[in-house]
Structures are given as structure tokens and as C-alpha cells.
Design a binder for this molecule. Structure first.
Ligand code: SF4
Length: 263
């Protein structure tokens, strides 16, 4: 079987996040175990013992739920099938443990963007494990303001159709894609506006273009709304004249709109 380079890269990316999640579970589990040991340390008052016991129980329940979540993520990725009954634990695993995952990654001097890219990869494959047959108007595409050419005088954040499609940035091509597919599209300058657009349009799924940082927080904020994340390219550094290959956005749209769930 011929295995392509992007496939291997995606696999390595996913493995990073899942490995760190497993490591975080172990760390918090060990912490709970250490607290458990303290409870029986001689000289502890009953009050102290009760408080620590409550904390140990809370941590233990969280770790068990997150461990089930990790198992759920692995099974979803392996079987490419949505496991409804493990959605709750998966959310616990990803959302509650995310700060621990980032902290652990920093401890091992792993680039935060790399961890977030890995998370986005895991999220995307989990979304792709479900089958969608959405009408175009049920789908919202969110794109960042930084895709717009910095010298463009048109205010596309107010209304994306203010773009004159001059070709100096990729907004024009994105609009052509929007028109061709019949989906909705909005420009978000940050999380607050993205949340507002989601509230206004009430989509059944979102295709979001952004940097690793914004995509990660957006995916977590929107949970349980399915979001396929597409990271933008930043040839001039962050937040200015960034770029997205519309083919990658189209691929994400086709997945949600395809009759057979894009598979
Ligand atoms: S395509 Fe042209 S008009 Fe549209 S946002 Fe980009 S620079 Fe402005």
C-alpha cells in the first residue's frame, strides 16, 4: 500500500495531541494519588482529611471521564465512526485537560502552535467521522479579517459583499466559492464577532478559516457545533495579508454538503 506524505504528517500531528492528553491524564492521576497519600499522613485533622478526600474524588472522576474520552477519540479515529455515547467524556477530555496539555507541552519545549495544529487535526477527523447531509444555507463559513489586503479601502467586516473582487487578496475567490455553493459566509475579527455570527445564522455546521490560536478557541467555544478548521497561511507574519487556498475550503464544504457524507 502506498502511504502519502500528507497522510503521515497528519498522523504524526494527531499523535502529538493524543500523546499529550494521555500524559496529562497520567499527571493529574498521579497528583490525585499523592493527595490520597496525604489524607492518611499522621496528624491530619478530620476536616482536612474530608476536604482532601473530596478533591481526590473530584479529580478521580474527572480523570476517569477524560480517560474514557481519550479512548473515545482513539476509537473514533480508528473506526472513522461517531460514537454518540462517548461525546460527553470526549468533551471533558479535550476541554478540561487542554490547559494541562499545553502546560505539559511547554515543559517539553514543544511549540504551542504545533500542539494546537495537532488538536485541530484530531477535531477535524472526529467531525469527519459523522455523516452530514446539510443544505447550503445550514452551513456557515467564517473567515478572518487578516485575509483582506491591508491596503484595501473596502469595509468587508461590516458586509463581506463590499469586496470588489479585484483579485489583490483571496476574499474575492472565497466569495465566488460562496456563490457557487450557496453557503453563508462572514468575516470575523475575533471570537466575539464569530460567536455573534453563529448566533445570528444558527448554522448546523461551520467551516472556519483562522490561525491555530483562533481556531482552537473557536472550536472549543462552539462545542458541540461541528467545526472543520482550516489554518491560514501567513507569508507576511501573523495578522496581515494572510492567505488561504480556496480549494481547501471547498473540500471542507463538500464534506458537509455531500449527499453521502463526503465519503
Ligand atoms: S479582493 Fe480586492 S476588493 Fe476584495 S477585499 Fe481583497 S483587496 Fe479588497
Amino acid at each position: 500500500m502506498k502511504v502519502s506524505i500528507p497522510y503521515i504528517q497528519n498522523y504524526v500531528r494527531k499523535r502529538l495531541f493524543l500523546g499529550l492528553l494521555g500524559g496529562s491524564l497520567l499527571l493529574v492521576g498521579l497528583f490525585a494519588f499523592a493527595l490520597w497519600y496525604i489524607i492518611f499522613y499522621p496528624g491530619q485533622s478530620l476536616m482536612n482529611q474530608s476536604l482532601v478526600l473530596a478533591l481526590v474524588l473530584l479529580l478521580s472522576v474527572t480523570v476517569v471521564l477524560a480517560a474514557m474520552g481519550l479512548a473515545g477519540i482513539l476509537l473514533t479515529l480508528l473506526a472513522s465512526k461517531r460514537l454518540s455515547f462517548l461525546q460527553g467524556p470526549m468533551r471533558v477530555g479535550v476541554n478540561i485537560f487542554f490547559p494541562v496539555i499545553i502546560g505539559l507541552g511547554k515543559l517539553f519545549k514543544i511549540d504551542v502552535d504545533r500542539i494546537k495544529r495537532s488538536f485541530i487535526e484530531v477535531n477535524n477527523q472526529m467531525v469527519r467521522a459523522s455523516v452530514f447531509r446539510l443544505a447550503p444555507e445550514q452551513l456557515l463559513v467564517l473567515v478572518p479579517h487578516c485575509l483582506q489586503n491591508t491596503e484595501c479601502p473596502h469595509k468587508i467586516t461590516v458586509k463581506i459583499d463590499n469586496c470588489r473582487r479585484c483579485g489583490k487578496c483571496c476574499i474575492g475567490n472565497l466569495l465566488a466559492l460562496r456563490d457557487r455553493c450557496g453557503v453563508r459566509m462572514g468575516v470575523a475579527t475575533g471570537g466575539t464577532l464569530a460567536r455573534k455570527l453563529i448566533k445570528d445564522y444558527r448554522p448546523r455546521a461551520v467551516v472556519a478559516v483562522a490561525c491555530e490560536r483562533d481556531l482552537t478557541s473557536g472550536i472549543q467555544d462552539s462545542n458541540p457545533l461541528p467545526v472543520l478548521g482550516v489554518t491560514n497561511e501567513r507569508p507576511f507574519g501573523p495578522c496581515q495579508n494572510t492567505f488561504i487556498d480556496t480549494g481547501r475550503v471547498e473540500d471542507a464544504l463538500k464534506f458537509f454538503l455531500a449527499r453521502e457524507g463526503g465519503r
